[in-house]
Design a binder for this molecule. Sequence first.
Ligand code: ADP
Ligand code: ASP
Ligand code: MG
Length: 439
Amino acid sequence: MIKVCKFGGTSMADGINFLRVKNILEIDPARRYVVVSAPGKRFGGDGKVTDLLYETYREVKEGGHVGEAYAKVAERFRSIVHEAGVAMDIEALLFETALSIEAEQAEDFTASRGEYLAGRIMAALLQIPFIDARDVIKFDALGRPDARTYDLLRDRLRGLRRAVVAGFYGEGPDGKVKTFSRGGSDVTGAIVARAAGADLYENWTDVSGFLACDPRIVPNPAGIRRLSYRELRELSYMGANVLHSEAIFPVREAGIPIQIKNTFRPEDEGTRILPDKGFVPSGRPVTGIAGKKNFTVIFLEKSLMNTEIGFTYRVLEVFKRHNISFEHIPSGIDTMSFVIDSEQILPDLEAVEREISEAVHPDKIGVIPDMALIAVVGHGMSYNVGISARLFTAIARTGVNVRMIDQGSSELNIIVGVENVHYERTVRAVYEEFFGSEI
Ligand code: ADP
Ligand code: ASP
Ligand code: MG
């Protein structure tokens, strides 16, 4: 039995937590490979080491040397080593790291040093080998781990009963350190789990598993005991950031289940994420609710657009020219909407509108700004007509106007678009409708 355990930022935040992690690992000998994040917040208002490192990079770029931000990073690691009683020369390691940051002058390299240092310290505390992710995780030109990664990592792990791997980064095709997007240590954990042929990928965080919705919107939401890979992908992509939305891919290929666990309540069962094949949905229609703000919708109306060959193609060509990707394309018989992340579209909005008009001559083109998307996800919704009725009645009852609806053909989710200002209120109303009796 092999378990790969990834510990997130809060679990690594101070020396006491490092000791907590050590205990968790020692209780179960199957917990052989450990993936660590950089130390996160210790309390509300505290800084995350990764954020301080991005600031360090700005300092180095301006003045050539590490400054105040790095001093704060150094102090965080110094106190972890002190508090956890780790026998190592932390001053030498911090000094050497500062020199390498100044020599490299690269943002990704600087940001990655949080995981690097946390990994070195954790390995010293556990007295097991440290694996530098740049030696084993290799990215292709598109920023995805390439074929060599699994061979390199497998070879490396084969010789080691236990090891610590630094999360969040690897090496790009140019030989330089490259990071995943924020929260990417979850992806490292999944890659290590697959390379190790793990029976389970344990992801240790600061909540007792996936909750039915964001706890910052609804206090104490119901917990989710079991999720399928597909439900996970929908929820995490749509903003349930317990797990990075790309962490699913390496484990899905190998059919490895994921268990979300709480470092601060290890006795809680947490959430088990299982392959789609053979997944038995829970009895309830909705598994979870997630959402994101700040989308822009471009809607088009044209009679008989469905019979016009190449209509969508010509619109998509405009987006391609501007290097813009879309989230959804809900469509009706003579209407089509394109839902796009506002940050991407806003700088080019006028040009895109003009070029679409020239390309397809719609009867009407319009823009809805400041939209939020809410995904209501669950296998139990399939072919269950009554669920949409309940959903829309619940939203209407709060006085919120639904601006857009998209139901994927999988019937695994329904996505509704509402104005940003109505986001929280809508999530609460939907939660109340499907989980209300459990509050
Ligand atoms: P880590 O640093 O361990 O990787 P993250 O901060 O990335 O942890 O993810 C855990 C956080 O995700 C929780 O503290 C919680 O605030 C937030 N979160 C958002 N949506 C959900 C949800 N549906 N269920 C549980 N937690 C959620
Ligand atoms: N430390 C990185 C971040 O803050 C990666 C991670 O925690 O997964 O985004
Ligand atoms: Mg995370």
